[in-house]
Design a protein around this ligand. Structure first.
Ligand SMILES: [Ca+2]
Ligand SMILES: [Ca+2]
Ligand SMILES: [Ca+2]
Length: 554
């Protein structure tokens, strides 16, 4: 196996070469420091440029994957979501070509996800060829000098974890073919054990090349969708359940089990990745990634100053942004969301089980107290794509900020304000923006998003926040879960319709490659693409515009 040279040494040479080149670029704009570890003293001040993907969104699907069963048309599958995942963008077959895309983009790092469904298609039966496949990906990344970051659990599970074909009301006893899911107490304990075994396996197999690990992805978002509204497999719950206090508390209790799975994964990876791949003295940096939203108080489609709406927005921020991370920083689980830790909510063995926090930012959205129904415990209702509570949705002032395929509004400055908030909440917890991106058909908009996101991160760094990198979502166009293939998030487009699956660089890829290659955001690029003003408009023939884009006359 190829081992990479110590990264700081290489980066040091790069800096020397640039400094000696005599180019004017050395004083133009803002310089980014060399990349470094995602946590620990040695990585302080470093900056990593990366891109991210998830297995279920890019790989040819397998029948053992819950999203396969969920989206495959009836009668073989359940026909849910906007379309069948099928062979996605053939990210399994083309994995090494996609590593080359990361190289072309001058990236320091690639965050990807191994498919649990491929590696363990049946409980405790491992597929060695799948394990070998990711070995090959890691070898290619290592040979190219690209730092891997592995996500263990990213919005998808093998069918045997919680078979989506089983009726949610049917009784379930955990078995090897169906563990009954996270909302079954015994089942959740078994799934946690299985995930920890998977984490241990990955750490043993890949730890010699991987030092940076993400346990779970966007837990609140995932559980809200998979066990709250039921829009993701296994499709438990439903909107009505969200309005029932007992059902809402049960959902929060289910989320706590997933927090326990993070801790089990943290321990398993720490115990089994014993090789320090990059020479910083740490074999495994382990964190999780949180989805953040610039939640604003709203009423009747406008930003609200009503105290009830302000409280509703604060409550949503608390459950979305703070609950999970507090659990591992402080060793607690505030499962009733009352911001007080009762003795029964102490989890001392969870304390410190987080080395870094991945922050994932996409949009701004409203939260209201004025909806016909409030979500109990949270005491508010968010504007969320697909939820029929439009009182919470704030009309955009600038229609160029509408993201029509996702039905939300991009707001640049939410990123820096949330990073600064988190820096104040958890001053000793290093952060990396492990995802941010924009669904668009217009490459120019993607370039603007990249430059603006970097400016927001730089602003947080200037304010003293320990944020160490930016991973663009996503490397290439992919399967956007229940929305199927319409939203295009890729630095590279994929020719699915033509059946060639060829990847083509968008203007966003060119922009990111230039910034990452020079390790510099030039003044001209900042002036041309940056700021918080209007963006290049979406294509006129883009898929259906959001109601609020339309109200604004777009
Ligand atoms: Ca390692
Ligand atoms: Ca290391
Ligand atoms: Ca409490």
């Amino acid at each position: 196996m190829v081992r990479r040279m110590p990264r700081l040494w290489m980066s040091g040479w790069l800096v020397v070469l640039i400094a000696c080149s005599g180019s004017d670029s050395s004083t133009d704009g803002v310089a980014f420091p060399p990349e470094g570890p995602v946590s620990g003293e040695q990585g302080k001040g470093s900056f990593t440029f990366g891109a991210a993907t998830a297995a279920a969104q890019i790989e040819e699907s397998v029948p053992e994957l819950d999203w396969y069963v969920w989206t495959k048309p009836a009668p073989d599958g359940l026909g849910m979501g906007e379309g069948f995942v099928g062979d996605a963008v053939r990210g399994f077959e083309l994995a090494l070509d996609d590593v080359a895309l990361a190289v072309d983009t001058n990236l320091d790092a690639y965050r990807f996800n191994v498919s649990w469904s491929r590696i363990e298609p049946a409980r405790d039966q491992l597929n060695q060829s799948a394990i070998d496949h990711y070995d090959g990906v890691l070898d290619a990344l290592t040979a190219a000098g690209i730092k891997p970051m592995i996500t263990v659990h990213h919005f998808s599970s093998p069918v045997w974890v919680d078979d989506p074909r089983r009726d949610s009301d049917a009784p379930c006893t955990p078995s090897d073919t169906d563990l009954c899911g996270w909302n079954d107490e015994a089942g959740a304990a078994a799934i946690t054990e299985e995930l920890a075994e998977l984490g241990a396996l990955l750490a043993r197999e890949y730890g010699d090349r991987v030092d940076e690990w993400v346990t779970v992805n966007e837990p609140i978002n995932y559980f809200f969708s998979a066990y709250g509204t039921g829009s993701f497999p296994p499709g438990r719950g439903g909107l009505f359940d969200l309005l029932d206090e007992a059902a809402m508390q049960a959902l929060l209790d289910t989320v706590e089990r997933y927090a326990g799975a993070h801790v089990a994964l943290y321990d398993a990876i720490k115990a089994n990745d014993t090789v320090d791949a990059d020479g910083d003295g740490v074999a495994a940096h382990v964190g999780y990634v949180v989805n953040v939203v610039d939640w604003v108080p709203a009423r009747n489609g406008e930003i609200s100053d009503d105290p009830a709406d302000i409280t509703a927005a604060e409550n949503l921020r608390y459950v979305y942004h703070q609950l999970f991370t507090d659990a591992f920083v402080h060793g607690q689980w505030d499962g009733n969301l009352d911001r007080t830790i009762e003795p029964s909510e102490e989890r001392p063995d969870w304390a410190g089980k987080i080395d870094f926090l991945g922050v994932q930012y996409y949009f701004r959205a409203g939260v209201t107290d004025s909806a016909v129904f409030n979500i109990p415990i949270i005491s508010g209702f968010p504007c969320f794509a697909g939820l029929p509570i439009t009182e919470a949705c704030v009309r955009v002032e600038d229609p160029t900020k509408c993201i029509p395929t996702m039905q939300y509004e991009y707001a640049e400055d939410g990123l820096s304000s949330i990073l600064e908030e988190f820096g104040a909440l958890w001053p000793n917890l290093p952060m990396t923006v492990t995802e941010s991106g924009l669904a668009t058909e217009v490459g120019r908009r993607r370039s603007e998003h990249i430059v603006r996101s970097l400016q927001q991160i730089l602003s947080a760094r200037d304010a003293g926040v320990d944020v160490r990198g930016y991973y663009h979502w996503s490397l290439m166009d992919n399967f956007e879960w229940d929305l199927s293939f319409d939203p295009k998030f890729g630095l590279y487009t994929v020719d699915r319709d033509g059946g060639t699956y060829a990847r083509t660089a968008t203007e966003g890829a060119t922009t990111l490659a230039e910034i990452a290659g020079n390790r510099r955001l030039s003044e001209s690029m900042s002036a041309e693409l940056g700021g918080v003003g209007p963006m290049t408009p979406e294509a006129a023939d883009a898929p259906a515009m959001n109601e609020f884009c339309q109200k604004s006359g777009l």
